[in-house]
Design a protein around this ligand. Structure first.
Ligand code: PLP
Length: 421
């Protein structure tokens, strides 16, 4: 029997995370299911940005690099993110974009493997996020390696046929951006390293969404995104993590902020010890201030059970969504591409459609339910346990059923493609 709106409201009333929603600027008339693409603005962010602009920049001016702690922001915010992904303090830095950080860590990994001339392959998935593949292709070209893309649905089968003595690096996204499929980080890492390759993880759809333990998994490198589940704002700085055993490797973007003594103004580059060398240019102070507010919203859940509580609610939300879709939207030919098995599911759920998925999503957004569309045929719905309610899930499916039964998506206004989908 299908759950009712009343049942969902009761789930919200009993939700141990129900109070965290108040930390976000949300319009209760809308349902926001796109925190996997752009997290919601935290209430604390605008006043913090005003303070950073008016007091720190406006009045403090150049002094604020020292007096307002600007110079330590990448490390301070990095250490906060570290708590969410099982990384030790001093091993993770907040800086640049995910794409740029991926370039840095892939080059470091390629260099580490250059003593193994037989290892000529970077292995990834064809279904990986395009920027990961573009960057890997470029690193492969630079180091004379070959990028090989796995096609298989399950990583296990793909690794069985491709993981051999030629592989230098395996680079995977922990939670796939389209399907929401989550890899077993510890098992895959073990397998890759047993074959003599280095393991690089993209945590863009994991950090703040699912429990991650980089230290226990003993991965080699990881990167991740600040503007999704970390609520850092549009274009927020990303992060890079390096296993301490690789700390002595150089990264290629040898900018002055990664120098051991930036204000010595030496002519010769000498990398800073540890993760600080993964800085390149001047930190984006205002963007880091916003990211810190976003990360703090996730850390605020530590007192309520932390990432385990977030994970429990995430699975409850995604399961409820899949169940309601099954009972209310079966006749519309949506195919769920997200694993049923909770252990293989991240925090978003996706459906393919043979109809015009872009128009369907636009019609849904017009009804105040915001998800996104990923070409060619994916409707994607993200669930952020800090602010998504069970009643939102019910309202989303109810609205989608209405969009379909009333053929709203066929209206011409929903067919006009915007630049960002
Ligand atoms: C898995 C994954 N990696 C990387 C990126 C891009 O990151 P950035 O724009 O910070 O380079 C995204 C963006 O959505 C993503 O989903």
């Amino acid at each position: 029997m299908s759950l009712t709106a009343h049942d969902c409201a009761a789930l919200d009333a009993a939700d141990p995370l129900h109070a965290t929603r108040a930390q976000f600027c949300l319009d209760d008339a809308e349902v926001y299911l796109d925190g996997n693409s752009l997290g919601v603005l935290p209430v604390a962010t605008a006043p913090r940005l005003a303070e950073a602009a008016q007091a720190e920049w406006g009045r403090g001016l150049i002094r604020s690099w020292n007096t307002a702690g600007w110079i330590d922001q990448p490390q301070r915010v990095g250490n906060k993110i570290a708590r969410l992904v099982g990384a030790a303090g001093g091993t993770l830095i907040a800086a640049d974009s995910t794409s740029i950080n991926l370039y840095k860590v892939l080059c470091a990994a390629a260099l580490a493997q250059s003593t193994e001339p037989g290892r000529r392959v970077i292995l990834s998935e064809r279904a990986n996020f395009p920027t990961d593949l573009y960057i890997a292709e470029s690193v492969a070209r630079q180091y004379g390696l070959t990028l090989v893309l796995l096609d298989s649905e399950t990583i296990d089968a793909a690794l069985a046929s491709h993981l051999n003595a030629n592989v230098a690096i395996v680079m995977l996204t922990h939670v796939n951006y389209r399907t929401g499929r989550m890899q077993d980080m510890a098992a895959v890492t073990r397998r890759v390293q047993a074959a003599g390759a280095l393991m690089v993880w993209d945590l863009a759809h994991s950090a703040g969404a699912v429990p991650v333990d980089l230290t226990t998994a003993d991965a080699d490198f990881a990167v991740g995104c600040g503007y999704k589940y970390l609520n850092g704002g549009p274009g927020a700085p990303a992060f890079a993590w390096v296993n301490p055993r690789h700390a002595a490797l150089p990264q290629p973007l040898s900018g002055w902020m990664g120098h051991a003594a930036p204000f010595a103004f030496d002519t010769a580059y000498a990398p800073a010890p540890g993760i600080d060398r993964y800085l390149c240019g001047t930190p984006s102070v205002l963007a880091l201030a916003a990211l810190e507010c976003g990360v703090d919203t996730v850390l605020s859940a530590e007192a309520l059970g932390g990432m385990l509580a977030i994970r429990a609610k995430s699975l409850a939300l995604t399961s409820l969504f899949m169940q309601l879709m099954q009972t209310r939207c079966t006749t519309f030919n949506f195919t769920c591409v997200t694993p049923d098995n909770p252990a293989e599911r991240g925090s978003h759920v996706s459906y393919t459609t043979t109809l015009d998925g872009y128009a369907i999503m636009q019609a849904l957004i017009a009804r105040g339910v915001i998800g996104d569309f990923r070409a060619p045929d994916i409707l994607r719905f993200g669930f952020t346990p800090l602010y998504t309610r069970y009643i939102d899930v019910w309202r989303a499916v109810d609205a989608l059923a209405a969009v379909m039964t009333q053929h709203e998506w066929r209206e011409a206004r929903f067919q006009q493609r915007a630049a960002v989908t």
